[in-house]
Design a protein around this ligand. Structure first.
Ligand code: NZQ
Ligand code: ZN
Length: 387
């Protein structure tokens, strides 16, 4: 196991009715900026609960943060917050609103062009404090220091991370997610499942506890994913799904182990170029990537086959292939396609563009063994186009 430092300062209020806890969590003094998305919180009662809990605090609002939040939209919030002397940020929504709020938090006190935080990895030395009410289990943004921001003008989608943008707290009330469309629930299951696999399907690292925690999340997602799609208002199933998504990317299972974020890196380019939902990009890449990388990942793929899919018999190569095929079938069962062919806008030109963009960004080599180059990305995407 590699050395690690574990730091996660986010306080979680989990369960029914926990939005009321905003009264103890949000500072009374100063000015709070409430940030939200396209309006789902106004239709499902979340907005009313939040405003009630905030009572007579001074609150400004900034809505309209889109899925795959853009720099262009977020800079409006930065200007408002600077002009009004905002002292606390409250994100209410899905991963996009949370990520966008993290960027706003870092951009308000930033001297210079805030896009440099993403493009040039300019250090974040200061950030406004933020809290969150999460309405979509998927990204883990509610308890991690990461944000992914897009820029319309240049069709870019880039991530940054800073311990200063961990939410101070997050409210996770599973009942706020009952109103999610099935597509977003399915996306959330696939996103969380992939987050686990990218920290688990690498090579053995003498980390049996991290392995078993990862397997626990995978097995639980396999169990509750289809159930929560079928019966969206079953509270306990939805609560389990929500907790899985947080645990998948709050840093815990990735401590001291190799990680492989190649699927996410490639996926972000597909979203930037073609607007494909984040989780849907992962579903088209992951199975192809696992097949392409099956030699380097062999030991963990066999462990995954055995412990998650119960595959213990037959030739090892068959078990590896079965485990990958079942993963893809699970995504398809959730109505999330695993072939790039399903997206009309995607052509062989896309394959070339993605391979080149990753080079321009200096992201190669990818993978836990640093053995994924442009030709591998071409092969992975071409295989998905043919799948
Ligand atoms: O905008 P509103 O009207 O709120 O509607 C949203 C949006 O249209 C809707 N929604 C959210 N909660 C709802 C709801 N509709 C009904 N009822 C509710 N309770 O769902 C739609 C999608 O929301 P979005 O926030 O975009 O989805 P998600 O949570 O999947 O976030 C995706 C973004 O997170 C990034 C992705 O790249 C993408 O930009 N990621 C962030 C990560 C992180 N911070 O660690 C890691 C992830 O790998 C991911 O990259
Ligand atoms: Zn993701």
């Amino acid at each position: 196991m590699d050395n690690f430092t574990y730091y996660n300062p986010t306080k979680l209020y989990f369960g029914r009715g926990q939005i009321a806890k905003l009264d103890e969590a949000v500072p009374r003094d100063g000015t709070t900026l409430l940030l939200y998305g396209g309006g789902s919180i106004k239709r499902n009662g979340v907005y009313e609960q939040v405003r009630e809990a905030l009572g007579d605090r001074t609150v400004l609002e900034y809505g309209g943060i889109e899925a795959n939040p853009t720099y262009e939209t977020l800079m409006g919030a930065v200007e408002l917050a600077r002009a009004q002397g905002v002292t606390f940020l409250l994100a209410v929504g899905g991963g996009s609103v949370l990520d966008g709020t993290k960027f706003v938090a870092a951009a308000i006190p930033f001297e210079g062009e805030p896009w440099d935080i993403l493009r040039r990895k300019a250090p974040v030395r200061e950030a406004r404090p933020l809290g969150a009410v999460l309405t979509l289990p998927a990204t883990g943004s509610e308890a991690n220091p990461v944000a992914v921001i897009s820029r319309r003008q240049t069709q870019e989608k880039l991530a940054f991370s800073s311990p200063l943008v961990f939410p101070r707290f997050s409210v996770l009330d599973p009942a706020t997610t009952f109103s999610l469309p099935p597509r977003q629930v399915a996306n959330g299951i696939v996103d969380a499942f992939t987050h686990v696999l990218e920290q688990y399907l690498t090579y053995p690292a003498h980390a049996p506890l991290q392995d078993r925690m990862a397997e626990a999340i995978l097995l639980t997602l396999l169990e509750v994913g289809p159930k929560t799609l079928e019966d969206p208002e079953d509270y306990d199933t939805r609560a389990t799904f929500m907790w899985c998504a947080t645990m998948a990317l709050n840093g815990l299972i990735g401590l001291g182990v190799p990680q492989d974020w190649a699927t996410h890196r490639i996926g972000h380019e597909l979203t930037a170029l073609h607007g494909i939902d984040h989780a849907r990009t992962l579903a088209v890449i992951l199975p192809s990537l696992l097949r392409h990388q099956r030699q380097g990942k062999r030991a963990k793929l066999l462990q995954y086959a055995e412990r998650v899919w119960g595959l213990t018999e037959g030739p090892e190569d068959d078990r590896v292939e079965q485990a990958i095929a079942r993963t893809a079938a699970f995504f398809e069962q959730l109505d999330v396609p695993t072939s790039l062919r399903r997206y009309e806008a995607v052509t062989p030109d896309t394959v070339e563009a993605v391979a080149e963009r990753l080079k321009e960004r200096g992201f190669y080599p990818l993978g836990e063994r640093r053995d994924i180059g442009p030709d591998d990305v071409r092969a992975i995407l071409t295989a998905s186009l043919a799948a």
